[in-house]
Design a protein around this ligand. Sequence first.
Ligand code: GTR
Length: 353
Amino acid sequence: MKIKKSYITALSTMLGASLLLVACGGGSTPTNSGSTTAPGTASPAAAKKSDGPKLNFRLAETHPADYPTTLGDKKFAELVNQASEGRIKIDVFPASQLGEEKAVIEQVQLGAIEFTRVSTGALGSFNKQYEVFSLPYIFDNDNHQWKFLESEQGTKLLDSLESSRMKGLAYYSSGARHFYSKKPIKSIADLKGLKIRVIQNKVNIDLMNALGANATPMPYGDVFNALQTGVIDAAENNYPSYFSSNHFQQAKNLILDQHQRVPEVLLISKVAWDKLSNDDKALIKKAALESVKTQKAEWDKFEKDSEAKVKAAGVTITEVTDLKPWQEAVKPVIEKYRNDYKETLEAIEKARK
Ligand code: GTR
């Protein structure tokens, strides 16, 4: 059933891409017929004379239209459109319309989808360096994380996506992730033996093992059903995702253990990036960084709102006053990967001060 679904998703993504190719006369090729300008190299003067956008791109987003990352994406698209005086149009496709994150990343690598916003957790299986973000308790709080993300090493990591046929444009906020389960969870011991859904990457599997649980990797869009049918006992995410995915209706026990802070990334396909003029590259990069302000503000609002809504819905919430036993339990995971991510972990440590 799952294979069938992802097969259909892949097919429809490809079909959508080829339809768009036909509609646009060839991917990122200028849309006004008769133009001989190469993709992304249209001069601003020529742009003003044209009626519609010359470059039409798609941005894939897993979350619904009102989610903070989607609002960041939309701000980004709006800023790009303004700065290019209507020459570049980016259409945001929310709610996994173009596929689940893993399938979308594959399409982005091929250049069939130009932009996406994904979790760094999902990037881990495409670029090993990104697994570092799935290590537990490496950031104390959002401020610590942002200090690192905006540091030289954070920027370097964003650029390192080029080796995976993508180009990182900006990080977005994603708060802390917590466990939630169908059965009550009040302590680490309660996680023992639970089948917990995780984003697919190696660190997550080690992390669940260290906590005595069984990792069950699956696409985000399958989690609600898997909780409902009992295929999994639990999952983990931040407040906004727990709320907007309706997982809280199926797994009504939340423990605020903050095991991970896994930032989001806005990125462009290297195929699309390489076709852009230098001016357009600069304009797109600037718009991405400017959209962070909107995403962060929306994040703060939505995080509080989701917390209030799940509380009102009767979710049982367990606060964790002492994180030490949790940090102790998962220490072997950090030690296992310390050498692989030495430079990044040192920069994260430096950002703590
Ligand atoms: C969310 C994240 C999504 C997706 C999801 C998941 O927090 O924003 O991009 O990765 O988690 O658990 O799959």
